[in-house]
Design a protein around this ligand. Structure first.
Ligand code: AVJ
Length: 327
């Protein structure tokens, strides 16, 4: 192929201000209730397993969101308007952003923000080749903290923050509120937010999505331990941990756990971590919202809801917010 670019310069050269991964993971394992952040799922194998999850019959989220986009993108593009700078929080598989960029009217720039520098560069380079008329300005940053935006060559009419995939569900309520405030800040006055949000529904449908018959989600969860073994010199015995995903009705969220099948001690980066039988590590929350709950949370961060698009079964939502001009 003629235009197969390898890498692309990242706009900013500063390291994002995140504590070192090893220290972060150890701190979580020393808590009374053990936790590891879901952001560590996505090494190469983890990303591959997540791709497989998105194709599972039980995992309705990805295909439903894509379906909503395909039907409603012309309307979305009309509401968003021409010449926007699209700021994507995280840069996952590029299927959705490609769809969005294809439908938007002469977008000024695309700004993917991610803490995985390698992934960011290769993804940005591929997009630059496929969208030669859109300036691609990747930012290496932890998007949970405010970051500086680049200056596109074409002055944008407004900023559009894009956060697909119901990744917002990974954050607890106070974390999600704080993240929405960062989005509001980056969108700036007159800006907007397009966000994918998974909805509350029959808990049996939700639980099935995280307990697939093929066992891919279990493999995805357990892969976290293989990664710690490899990258932190840990010695987790994968056979003595099991995947569990339960819907917590009170908090409206799936809780993914890795449950110790026996009493054991595991060496993690030189520290022995004790596990009682049946003790578990929480590896992920996936919050589900009602339309009213999410509206209230986003309004609390300074957004105004303009539009909601759903699939025919109201499983998933794509929601559009504006940042009102100061009144
Ligand atoms: C990518 C965070 C939206 O919460 O459904 C899928 C990740 N975890 N199966 C989700 C996930 C287990 C997913 N998000």
């Amino acid at each position: 192929m003629a235009n197969e670019p390898a890498r692309m310069e990242i706009t900013n050269e500063v390291e994002p201000a995140v504590s070192s991964d090893a220290a972060d993971i150890l701190a979580g394992l020393k808590l009374q209730q053990k936790h590891i952040s879901p952001k560590y799922f996505y090494d190469e194998r983890g990303s591959e397993l997540f791709e497989q999850i998105t194709a599972l019959p039980e995992y309705y989220l990805t295909r439903t969101e894509l379906g909503i986009m395909q039907v409603h993108l012309p309307e979305m593009a009309r509401l968003i308007g021409p010449r926007v700078s699209v700021i994507e929080f995280g840069s996952g598989s590029s299927v959705k952003i490609r769809l969005l960029l294809k439908h938007l009217l002469r977008p000024a720039a695309y700004v993917p923000v991610d803490i995985s520098g390698d992934y960011l560069q290769s993804m940005a380079a591929q997009l630059a080749a496929d969208f030669p008329n859109i300036e691609i300005l990747p930012i290496y940053a932890d998007f949970t903290q405010p970051f500086d935006l680049p200056d596109p060559k074409v002055t944008p009419r407004r900023n559009l923050v894009y956060f697909p995939g119901s990744t917002i569900g990974n954050f607890t309520t106070p974390e999600a509120q704080s993240l929405l405030r960062v989005m509001r800040q980056e969108a700036q006055e007159g800006g907007a937010l397009l966000i994918g949000v998974d909805l509350k529904k029959d808990p049996r449908i939700i639980e099935a999505a995280y307990n697939d018959a093929a066992g891919i989600t279990a493999e995805f969860n357990l892969n976290l331990l293989s990664r710690l073994n490899r990258e932190l010199g840990a010695n987790f015995d994968l056979a003595s941990f099991e995947h569990r995903a339960v819907y917590d009705d009170i908090n409206g969220r799936i809780e993914m756990q890795l449950v110790s099948r026996k009493a054991q001690r595991v060496n993690v980066a030189g520290t022995l971590i004790p596990f009682a039988k049946d003790e578990y590590i929480i590896t992920e929350y996936s919050h589900k919202y009602s339309l009213d709950e999410f509206k209230a949370m986003a309004e609390g961060a300074g957004f105004q809801r303009e539009q909601v698009w759903l699939d025919s079964q109201a499983l998933f939502s794509v929601q559009y917010f504006s940042v009102p001009k100061r009144s």
